[in-house]
Design a protein around this ligand. Structure first.
Ligand SMILES: C[S@@+](CC[C@H](N)C(=O)[O-])C[C@H]1O[C@@H](n2cnc3c(N)ncnc32)[C@H](O)[C@@H]1O
Length: 353
């Protein structure tokens, strides 16, 4: 996408959102869509890098895998990572080069909180005592929290007893969100601040509101919304995220928040939501959208407003058709946030009334 200016990329994404809506029979003029491109470069605060030991190329390569190939392109810097993660790449590579188990490391995950950086080192063989000590001193020298991963996501362990967790702050509400480096977070912090503010504007929360939030994750939207309403209930199916969400609510003194575990695709939750008197609905589903749960609850819940944050225009358009043509809502506003400049990805926030 780099052949287009940043403004051109945003316009292209707005046209894509408009075209997806049109395919599903929903009309919304592209000129009416608000758009924002918050950051062209240095925006990713999380990433996964491939590692490969190739002696004839000088040793350990750290970078991204080439398109449809298994070669790793070595990186000295990365313009899409936030500067502090990009700056870590040379010392990280030098450190991996010194490990006796360097051939057993296929990937590294990196994450940046406002307070500290983190890396997760995937080890396919047991990590030697000597390598452990080297990684511990690397973490201390660089102020990086180091984790080891021997298998699936539940095998990730910190190398040293946990200090403070990684955090980021939400400008609109002053909330501090604590997270683990493997947790789902919106990877572009500047864009996330815009998304939170757009959601608050569109939801227009008042003190009598009771909000149901589907696909709530860590509470990134839940806690800011809770600041000005009577009650908010967040639903997600990830136990780890829900544990952190509850902890985040406590930490930020939000006692009008509840989090509930449910799989919103397979088993739309019982009927508890029908007796809560929810006035507004907020949702931020994965790429597959929210057709099942919207079909199951919207006719009974009949919220005054639905604010829908989406990372996939195609499923947003499909679900918008359901809400407008079948359930009688009007698509009132759309905001397009270019969260991932130079890629085809687009984040959209839509308001239905
Ligand atoms: C795009 S993220 C949004 C998270 C949160 N709103 C945020 O801003 O960080 C989507 C969330 O949907 C959850 N999720 C995905 N599929 C789900 C399902 N079938 N049932 C419940 N939650 C699901 C994921 O765990 C994730 O937290």
């Amino acid at each position: 996408m780099q052949h287009l200016s940043i403004g051109g990329q945003l316009h292209h994404k707005q046209l894509n959102v408009g075209a997806a809506l049109k395919r599903h029979g929903v009309t919304f003029a592209v000129e009416q869509m608000k758009g924002i491109s918050p950051s062209a470069w240095g925006y990713r605060r999380k990433g996964r890098l491939s590692v490969r030991y190739v002696p004839k190329k000088g040793g350990v390569l750290v970078g991204f895998r080439e398109f449809e190939k298994s070669y790793v392109t070595d990186l000295k810097q990365c313009h899409t990572l936030v500067p502090e993660l990009s700056a870590l790449l040379p010392s990280l590579k030098a450190q991996l080069q010194q490990l006796s188990g360097r051939e057993s490391i296929p990937q590294i995950e990196i994450a940046s909180g406002t307070n500290v950086l983190a890396i997760i080192v995937r080890y396919l063989a047991p990590c030697s005592e000597q390598d452990l000590l080297q990684l511990i001193s690397f973490g201390r020298e660089q102020n990086v929290r180091v984790y080891l991963q021997s298998g699936g996501p539940d095998t990730i362990v910190p190398l040293e007893k946990q200090g403070e967790p990684l955090t980021y702050r939400i400008r609109a509400s002053g909330d501090t969100i604590k997270f683990l480096p493997t947790d789902f977070i919106q990877v572009n912090d500047v864009a996330n601040q815009e998304i939170v503010e757009s959601v608050l504007q569109m939801l227009a929360p008042t003190s009598r509101d009771r909000v149901l939030e589907l696909f709530c994750g860590l509470g990134n939207l839940t806690l800011p919304v809770a600041s000005s309403i009577e009650r908010v209930v967040g639903v997600d199916y990830d136990d780890g995220l829900l544990r952190r969400a509850k902890d985040n609510a406590l930490f930020n003194h939000k006692d009008n928040v509840e989090f509930i575990h449910a799989d919103l695709t397979e088993n739309p939750p019982g009927q508890w939501w029908a007796v809560e008197g929810f006035t507004k609905l907020l949702l931020d589903p994965p790429r597959s959208g929210a057709l099942e749960i919207l079909t199951a609850i919207v006719p009974t819940l009949a919220p005054e407003r639905i604010v829908y944050a989406s990372c996939n225009p195609e499923t947003l358009a499909r679900d918008a058709a359901l809400l407008t043509a079948r359930f009688g809502y009007r698509l009132e506003a759309i905001r397009v946030v270019d969260m991932f400049a130079h890629t085809g990805h687009v984040e959209t926030i839509a308001l239905f009334v």
